[in-house]
Design a protein around this ligand. Structure first.
Ligand SMILES: C[S@@+](CC[C@H](N)C(=O)[O-])C[C@H]1O[C@@H](n2cnc3c(N)ncnc32)[C@H](O)[C@@H]1O
Length: 260
């Protein structure tokens, strides 16, 4: 990890340590009355992903780009006798992950590595989650290929992404640059959903389902953008404005490894 990368993380870690934020580092899900407050909306987003994973007791589950461990904390509460492995390139977040405790016969492990090179054996994993993290990875294709390598045949990958349409105006291009710098690394912000589905196909992953969560994350901005945030300087305000302009898309993919 370069020193310039993930500059937004220390503020989130401080907020978590001060008790002002929970252990989820992602947008909220507000669909179908799922939430009326920020923390519930973040948990609802995690639950949506965990539901899509179709978790079963005894499985090995990996969370790639695991933040500070909130998703695996909730997975641990759903499962018995399971191996839960969090992967993150950032040791600052993994130090918080280490404070989570597994219950019963579950095992929690945390690995410091890149999403494209995870030290886990071939065909040894039942479920892989990556919640709102793949836009940071050096190459989505490498991550999808690595996920396919680790999954057993018929294993499931659930991953969500934030992608943008091509800016139509110079103001939109400026806002996109603010997002890309403020939330760096973000190597390829402009991308079509079909391109990711094709990358999955190349990796050996068949798309089972895609959910468009774009509209369901919109209320998030009312909770995390302040009226003092200038979109020309503040990445969170820039992201809100790009969303309102119809340029931000939030897909959640459910892939299955071929070859069952
Ligand atoms: C927006 S956060 C989402 C965190 C977590 N999935 C959650 O929902 O709370 C993105 C995460 O991806 C991690 N990340 C960024 N680049 C990575 C890489 N190349 N390999 C592994 N993890 C990475 C970040 O450190 C961060 O924890």
């Amino acid at each position: 990890m370069t020193a310039a990368a993930l500059d937004y993380i220390p503020g989130l870690i401080s907020a978590y340590r001060a008790g002002h934020a929970g252990d989820h580092v992602h947008l909220g899900y507000w669909g179908q009355g799922a939430a009326s407050d920020w923390r519930t909306a973040q948990e609802a987003m995690t639950d949506l992903h965990l539901d899509a994973l179709d978790l079963q007791d005894g499985q090995t589950v990996i969370d790639v780009g695991c933040g500070i461990g909130g998703s695996l904390r909730l997975a641990n509460a759903r499962l018995l006798n399971s191996r839960l492995v969090g992967v993150n390139i950032d040791p600052r977040q993994l130090a918080i992950c280490e404070t989570h405790e597994a219950t019963g016969a579950n095992r929690l492990e945390w690995l410091e590595c890149d999403a494209g090179a995870v030290p886990i054996g071939d065909c040894s994993v039942d479920r892989i989650l990556s919640l709102e993290a793949m836009f940071h990875f050096p190459a989505r294709q490498d991550f999808l290929s690595e996920a396919a390598r680790m999954l057993r045949p018929a294993g499931v990958l659930v991953c969500s992404d934030i992608v943008f349409g091509t800016p139509r105006k110079t103001t939109e291009a400026r806002l996109l640059a603010v997002v890309q710098q403020g939330y760096a690394p973000w190597p390829q912000p402009v991308l079509k959903v079909d391109a990711t589905i094709q990358m999955g196909r190349i990796a050996g992953l068949a798309l089972r389902r895609i959910a468009d969560l774009t509209a369901h994350v919109m209320p998030t901005w009312d909770h995390i953008v302040s009226s003092r945030d200038d979109p020309e300087r503040s990445p969170v305000a820039a992201m809100r404005d790009l969303h309102r302009a119809g340029l931000l898309h939030y897909p959640m993919y459910v892939f299955e490894k071929r070859g069952a």
